[in-house]
Design a protein around this ligand. Structure first.
Ligand code: CAA
Length: 258
């Protein structure tokens, strides 16, 4: 399929999606989010893909939802069109891991999109923020919910209320990003991390993702119980047999993804 707002390629077992509206700093409009949803679903369904990387450009991962496109919305346009929920939530339904590789601006919806991914690798040039308050609105794609869970209430309040940007070092200290790499190495490092993941057993990878995500949706006791059930179920897979046999035989595992 031809996309107008994203670029899609495959590197080994990794699906790479680049947001591609350079003139608008990858501002996220309806068309782009529809295309992103389709590309993500295709990689999720593709047996040859084990992990997905989502990135932007050197200057911007994404500078937010498209302000020009939404500026004239009425309440009814936003409500009846189910703005943000309709096609932004797709990423949450992807069962393979999605890594956000962020360089430059990740603001507003751009920061929220990065937070919807499973983890964020940041270039040293990355800048994160939720500046919606300056536009007379609030974050609409989970910013007030995911940011406090990632960086604490104090820092989330600070960022959302003052609209200031946070650099990569502060974002790493705060726990928003998992690692910082040199900007010119961002894609290589993200692909390398994704390749490691894609070399694991896919069903087990999916269980890890599902179980960690459950930590956000449940009490500790429920989450631990959920994890234990999944842990027990891994013993029904061929890959658990192969993984443990390979360790005992002192050789790398050869997972069948079953
Ligand atoms: N929507 C639409 N267009 C955008 C945009 C956005 N979010 N961000 C940048 N652009 C456009 C600019 O309008 C400009 O277009 P023109 O060349 O046609 O004028 C182009 O991208 C380049 O931008 P700048 O000239 O402003 O570049 P800069 O380097 O001077 O500044 C910036 C970069 C600080 C990121 C600045 O562009 C900016 O502040 N952007 C808006 C950030 C923002 O407020 N994001 C939140 C959006 S609301 C939202 O996301 C709601 C939600 O929760 C879902």
């Amino acid at each position: 399929m031809e996309y107008a707002n994203i670029l899609v390629e495959v590197q080994g077992k990794v699906g790479l999606i680049r947001l591609n509206r350079p003139k608008a700093l990858n501002a996220l409009n309806d068309e782009l989010m529809d295309e992103l949803g389709i590309a993500l679903q295709k990689f999720d369904a593709d047996e040859a893909i084990g992990c997905i990387v989502l990135t932007g450009s050197e200057k911007a991962f994404a500078a937010g939802a498209d302000i020009g496109a939404m500026a004239g919305y009425s309440y009814m346009d936003a409500y009846k069109g189910d703005y943000i929920t309709r096609n932004w939530e797709q990423i949450r339904r992807i069962r393979k891991p999605v890594i956000a590789a962020v360089a430059g601006y990740a603001l507003g919806g751009g920061c929220e999109l990065a937070m919807m991914c499973d983890f964020i690798i940041a270039a040293d040039s990355a800048k994160f923020g939720q500046p919606e308050i300056k536009l007379g609105t609030i974050p609409g794609a989970g910013g007030t919910q995911r940011l406090p869970r990632a960086v604490s209430k104090a820092k989330a309040m600070d960022l959302c209320l003052t609209a200031r940007m946070m650099d990569a070092a502060e974002a790493e200290r705060a726990g928003l990003v998992s690692r910082i790499v040199a900007a010119d190495k961002l894609i290589d490092e993200a692909i390398a991390a994704a390749t490691v993941i894609a070399g694991m057993s896919l069903p087990i990878v999916m269980m890890v993702k599902e179980s960690i995500n459950r930590a956000y949706e449940s009490t500790l006791a429920e989450g631990v119980q959920f994890e234990r059930r999944l842990f027990h179920s891994t013993f029904g897979t061929e890959d658990q047999k192969e993984g443990m046999r390979a360790f005992i035989e002192k050789r790398p595992p050869n997972f069948a993804n079953k």
